[in-house]
Design a protein around this ligand. Sequence first.
Ligand SMILES: [Zn+2]
Length: 75
Amino acid sequence: MAMLVLSVVEEADVNGREILSTGISMVGLGGDDVVCGRCGREMMSQVPIRTMQATLLYRCEGCGALNEVPPDAES
Ligand SMILES: [Zn+2]
């Protein structure tokens, strides 16, 4: 388990990728604490994000930034 800081994606670079809102904090059963790359808000807690679809984008409800799992995040 670790803290994973996401990479901010510009709206222009979405290219039709699916966007997941994290308005309600997601709490999983084990994994990483996922933090917004812009404002540092904790978006998800204990979520196995490294096993989730790599193309998903996560919208921070704190600052509105779109985030993605950085390509070098493989554990
Ligand atoms: Zn944010």
